[in-house]
Design a protein around this ligand. Structure first.
Ligand SMILES: Cc1ncc(COP(=O)(O)O)c(C=O)c1O
Length: 394
């Protein structure tokens, strides 16, 4: 019944875990949700008000397919202010979230016979964005001790004449890893030498804790094959508003606009108006949220690393930790041999109602992703529960 296209992709694992949490909650159970991929803060008031005013002022009609001119300009102003990136509105398209932007760009640039490089552990959606185009995702390993930077020997060895692009996601979901300048420069050199498209997914750009974020397109003068993806979702706690944007080569942007015009028409007009305020208005909430996340990172890392057998490097950004449970593999839990950390994550869910995301979905079966977009109380309770579960393993 279905096209080959749809059978090539998997349902989003993170969204599945979020539904699982809601299902348990609806049964009256006290769930601790450590699986969320969104800030646990409300959208800042100035942005909410801009949305309310947009409704009252009648900004409720279709907009140009690539987004309101004022928002495309606002995205340019924001990228110049925060990222030292100089783009014109014709080099920017606004889409229904960063996810939509990435999806559109893959549709425009990749097709069957192409190969696209993704670094493991990867965000769950990257392989599917590529597979649905008919292209093949190629997985390159990374070093957990060094912010999950690429294994460069492997990267070079996996490039073929078919390789068309690579996706960088620093800070990363699921690891929180932030690549060093050296790693970025080396990756860009390899990409340039092989004439690859570079997608830089910068949706966590405002969430780095140990150094100021620098956009990938800042590291080279040859930016014609670099596409920068940013989003209002994580930066302004606007996940449900669905506004993301892409900047880069104007021909690619034009092609993405054509596709968008024939699929979603345009992003939501009310959300676009609010996004102008988000990008150009008061930025103090961004800093406040970053400071809260930084403190929570410290808490969760200290708690995890105090458990013997759990290894967790300090991630430089985002709001995820990705501890390694390798030392438990092959041992026994609840009468069953642990084959991957999924067993631990599922047991934690069933017995303690703590929702996490097993590393399997990110290509890293010995890890579990915990989001610290959660209160200190939830973080402490979740790690207490994890410790109790791990104590049952022998
Ligand atoms: C790495 C990464 N890229 C992109 C996105 C897309 O976010 P949005 O579509 O809400 O902008 C997410 C969301 O979880 C993400 O984690």
């Amino acid at each position: 019944m279905f096209s080959n296209r749809i059978s090539r992709i998997q349902p989003s694992l993170t969204l599945q875990m979020t539904s699982k949490a809601s299902e348990l909650r609806s049964k009256g159970l006290e769930v601790i949700n450590m699986s969320v991929g969104e800030p646990d803060f409300n959208t800042p008031k100035n942005i909410r008000n801009a949305g309310i005013n947009a409704i009252n002022d009648g900004k409720t009609k279709y907009t140009p397919g690539a987004g309101m001119p004022a928002l495309r300009q606002a995205a340019c102003d924001k990228m110049y202010r925060d990222n030292n990136l100089k783009y014109q509105p014709k080099e920017v398209i606004v889409s229904c979230g960063g996810k939509h932007s990435l999806y559109n760009a893959c549709q425009v640039l990749f097709q069957s016979e192409d190969e696209v490089i993704i670094f493991t552990p990867y965000w769950v959606s990257f392989p599917d964005f590529i597979s649905i185009t008919g292209a093949k995702p190629i997985f390159v390993g990374t070093n957990p001790e060094k912010q999950f930077e690429p294994n460069f020997e492997e990267l070079v060895s996996l490039i073929t004449p078919r390789t068309k692009g690579l996706i960088i996601n620093s800070p990363s979901n699921p690891t929180g890893g932030v690549w060093s300048d050296e790693a970025i420069v080396q990756t860009l050199k390899i990409a340039e030498k092989n004439n690859l498209w570079v997608f830089s997914d910068e949706c966590y750009e405002q969430l780095t804790y140990d150094c100021k974020f620098k956009s990938i397109a800042n590291y080279t003068d040859k930016t014609d094959k670099i596409l920068t993806f940013q989003s209002c979702s994580k930066t302004y706690a606007m996940t449900g508003w669905r506004i993301g944007y892409t900047a880069g080569n104007s021909e690619v942007i034009k092609a993405m606009s054509k596709l968008q015009g024939q699929s979603t028409s345009c992003p939501n007009s009310i959300a676009q108006t609010a996004a102008i305020e988000a990008l150009t208005g008061d930025q103090s909430a961004v800093k406040e949220m970053r400071n809260v996340f930084k403190n929570r990172r410290k808490l969760i890392i200290e708690r995890l690393n105090s458990i013997s057998g759990v290894k967790c490097a300090i991630p430089g950004g985002a709001f995820y930790v990705f501890p390694d449970f390798s030392s438990y593999i092959g041992k026994s839990l609840n009468g069953e041999i642990i084959k991957s950390a999924t067993k631990i994550a599922m047991y934690l869910l069933e017995k303690k109602y703590v929702v996490s995301v097993p590393g399997d979905g990110f290509g890293s079966p010995n890890n579990i992703r915990f989001s610290y977009a959660a209160s200190d109380k939830d973080i402490n309770n979740a790690i207490n529960a994890l410790e109790e579960i791990l104590n049952e393993i022998y």
